[in-house]
Design a protein around this ligand. Structure first.
Ligand code: GLN
Length: 304
């Protein structure tokens, strides 16, 4: 069956479900989003992209940005990362402080807030202008120069970022942050405020479906081994304390954000991005997971 036919079926089934979630409003700017938005974009390695609904509308990618910052850090400083951040699922919420206290300020993985803050610190030590470096990298792998940060969202998060500030300060007290805490937080809030569409997200994640290569140019962006490793971390840690459940229901590596986006990858086959702003209690898109579970069930294409 064609991907488009399957996506249309999924839309019919998912949009009649009652979305039990709620839009994230702990970052006030995110609370203003229209909760009924729903978009999907799928790129196949050997097929044209297919779309549904609001697939071309930009939204706040939030924690999905943690994948981009990690990839950039792995490109420039791979060997320096893994003594400062682990690769184990945390089993805790994305903004939890708990394990840091027992584990000497070494975050469990790069896809929870503490881990991404350490990755931001690593990038900050390497680049004079890390915001510009990250933006250029994301534009390049998405093939879209119009992608940008949303300063209103970044400021809104900064104004309420007490929890992230505690994480950064706690990590700094263990010596695992080398730069100024306020500067790191500023960079972290900016990276979370990146706005992209499902199409942009799906296109950029094709590097993980395509052994590290850009789709259109065959340029090797990261080594195949690095793409393999990022897929592995997405599989085990991409959904915080719901990573096991996502694996169980969907069966793909992926990453979510509190803006309601999820991107998932089937290495060797496709990448797919979904956007629906209402989140479940773990901070993952409620209808996004429903849609992706149907996608892998109907196509029979998951990694398992
Ligand atoms: N910017 C958000 C935060 O730090 C990102 C969280 C997320 O998307 N899970 O709280």
């Amino acid at each position: 069956m064609e991907y488009q036919t399957i996506l249309n079926e999924i839309q019919d089934e998912v949009l009649v479900l009652e979305s039990k979630g709620a839009v994230a409003d702990y970052i006030p700017q995110l609370g203003n989003v229209d909760a009924t938005k729903f978009g999907v974009y799928l790129y196949g390695i050997e097929s044209e992209g297919v779309s549904l609904g609001n697939a071309f509308e930009k939204f706040s990618i939030q924690s999905i940005s943690k994948v981009y910052s990690l990839v950039l850090a792995m490109k420039v400083l791979d060997k320096d990362i893994w003594s400062r951040v682990g690769v184990e699922p945390s089993g805790d919420p994305f903004n939890s402080l708990t394990l840091l206290e027992y584990e000497n300020g070494i975050p469990r993985n790069p896809f929870i807030n503490s881990g991404a803050i350490v990755v931001a610190d690593i990038l900050m030590s390497y680049y004079q202008n890390p915001k510009e470096a990250l933006l250029n990298f994301v534009r390049k792998i998405s093939g879209n120069d119009a992608i940008d940060y949303n300063e209103k969202v970044a400021f809104s998060e900064k104004a309420h970022g007490y929890r992230n500030a505690s994480l950064a300060n706690l990590i700094k007290s263990f010596g695992n942050i080398h730069n100024d805490v306020d500067a790191i937080l500023d960079f972290y809030f900016y990276q979370c405020s990146l706005e992209m569409s499902c199409q942009d997200l799906a296109k950029s994640f094709m590097i993980f479906a395509n052994k590290g290569m850009l789709l259109d140019s065959d340029e090797v962006l990261i080594e195949p081994q690095q793409a393999k490793r990022i897929n592995a971390i997405m599989q085990t840690c991409g959904f915080y304390d719901e990573s096991g459940e996502f694996s169980f229901r969907v069966g793909l590596p992926g990453k979510s954000g509190v803006g309601g986006g999820i991107v998932a990858v089937h290495p060797g086959y496709y990448s797919v991005a979904v956007w629906s702003p209402k989140l479940n209690k773990k901070g993952n898109s409620y209808l996004g997971i429903e849609a992706l579970e149907r996608l892998t069930t109907k196509t029979g294409f998951s990694i398992f």
